[in-house]
Design a binder for this molecule. Sequence first.
Ligand SMILES: [Zn+2]
Length: 302
Amino acid sequence: MHPLCHLSITHKDSRPALVGPAGASQRQPRWQGRRFCGLWLAVGLLAGLVGVQRVAAFAVCGNDVCEATAIPPENSQSCPADCGGTLPGDEEPAVSSGTYRIPYKTGTLVEVTNDHLTHEPETRIDMVGQAGDTPYRIVAAAEGVIRFIVDDFSENRPGESPCNNNYVWIEHPNGEWTKYSHMTQGSVTGDAGLAVGDHVEAGSFLGYEDEVGCASGRHLHFEVAVPEDPEDPIDAEGFIRGGSARNRIPRICGILDQTLVQDTRYQAASCEESAACPAGMQCCEPGPGSCRQCIPNGSSCP
Ligand SMILES: [Zn+2]
């Protein structure tokens, strides 16, 4: 089955379900997204072979026209376009317009514990460092400007309200924002020496992976969102206003389908440099001198 199409809700949100506006119930039709695919020019068509129906979709995304591509219905959650395109009738959120690196220091092996389908709310990602330099270093997924930092909390408070999460929000030039949560107290402003307004590059150190706030153990919570109002994008707890309807499925460079999949391990690397799998693991998607999807030796690639 296509990795985007499996669906198993196994994860409860890392925040209380009844608090704030980030619940899934506040979703809005995706075509209302300000920056993405506001107008479908043509939908429909084609396929010709008996028993095989395919849909061609054409979408306008800003000044770009999504590529028109035949997409099997079972893959309808995956728009192949580079502009955050979505398919009609598809209830899943759009993919990000930007391409992001795995937000850990290069060389870190990470495992996705909740992907965009299994995370609650959906579209967000949880991942955990598995091997590499410790404590695991969280890095910026792309170039941008730091807009919010909270790193003065120290407690793990799963299921409590308020969550008292530590987090960083970065605004990127493409209008998308990325969030990094649960990092170690003081590691953003202290160890990384960052302040609101600082410019960071892809790969810039942000802080250490931890379990501060509503976290089910040590991990990084990562998400991509397009704020309704960039001047007032988040609530008092750091959650994006408008909830998961504002999120975009992160497109990640160098991995299969550019999509993170639950229970899969990846080798963090920049979008340019190469990375090799650690000892005992083999590469599933060899690129030009690089590998970012590693599985144990002897296993079958997805
Ligand atoms: Zn999470």
